[in-house]
Design a protein around this ligand. Structure first.
Ligand SMILES: Cc1cc2nc3c(=O)[nH]c(=O)nc-3n(C[C@H](O)[C@H](O)[C@H](O)COP(=O)(O)O)c2cc1C
Length: 200
């Protein structure tokens, strides 16, 4: 089946080996993120997704912070070295997109619609996932590599304070992005008959 969206989805991969030279202007990446955040759907059109794009010393600050948190938790020297190498690869990227959810809106909706109270946090997770996947896919279309990382629980407080962001924003993911220095290997797929059933 020929579909531009499916073709873009096929291009999106996890790229760990990233470099600083973007194949497009920074403003193209920024416009893409703005468009995705605008057009990605959300429960009750609550529009709770937020994104912050970091470059240069702010991008470095983020990965230095994550490394310091991880090193404090890893006693073994060999593991420390592995952790340093892993985080150095993210820091080698051109920038990082931080994804957040605006929890104040979610709390407000929970109060307005107590019947759905429990679902709003779940739908917020769905919403941020849709936004993350869409950004990742659009970056792939632009030949910008990226991966999806989750260190939010370790760094959220410092990140909100350092970038003067609202205390009501919850950090859901970090997406380092940059030039593709090494293509990923092949990926296995389960047979689609196992995952998709057509019933009529
Ligand atoms: C919800 C979700 C969470 C993920 N979390 C991480 C993560 O914390 N660190 C990481 O390196 N990759 C993470 N990934 C990337 C997956 O490991 C990757 O997408 C999967 O192995 C398929 O490979 P591909 O992205 O190249 O298609 C995550 C992906 C998804 C969809």
């Amino acid at each position: 089946m020929e579909s531009t969206i499916i073709n873009s989805m096929k291009k999106r991969r996890t790229i760990y080996n990233l470099g600083k030279e973007l194949p497009v202007m920074k403003s193209t990446v920024e416009d893409a993120v703005r468009e995705v955040i605008t057009y990605a759907p959300s429960a009750f059109n609550s529009q709770t997704s937020r994104a912050v794009i970091l470059y240069g010393k702010e991008h470095d600050w983020l990965w230095d912070l994550i490394l310091s948190k991880l090193l404090a938790m890893v006693p073994d020297p060999e593991q420390k070295k592995q952790t340093e190498d892993k985080i150095a690869a993210f820091k080698a990227a051109s920038g990082t997109i931080l994804f957040f959810e605006e929890m104040a809106t979610i709390l407000q909706l929970q109060e307005q619609m107590p019947l759905y109270s429990e679902n709003f946090t779940l739908w917020s997770h769905h919403g941020t996932g849709i936004a993350q996947f869409s950004v990742w896919t659009v970056l792939a279309e632009l030949k910008v590599g990226a991966s999806l990382q989750h260190y939010g629980n370790l760094i959220e407080k410092e990140v909100l304070a350092h970038f003067s962001l609202p205390a009501s924003w919850s950090l859901t993911a970090q997406m380092p992005f940059g030039s593709i220095m090494q293509e990923p290997g092949d990926k296995d797929f389960l047979p689609s008959e196992e995952r998709v059933r057509v019933i009529s």
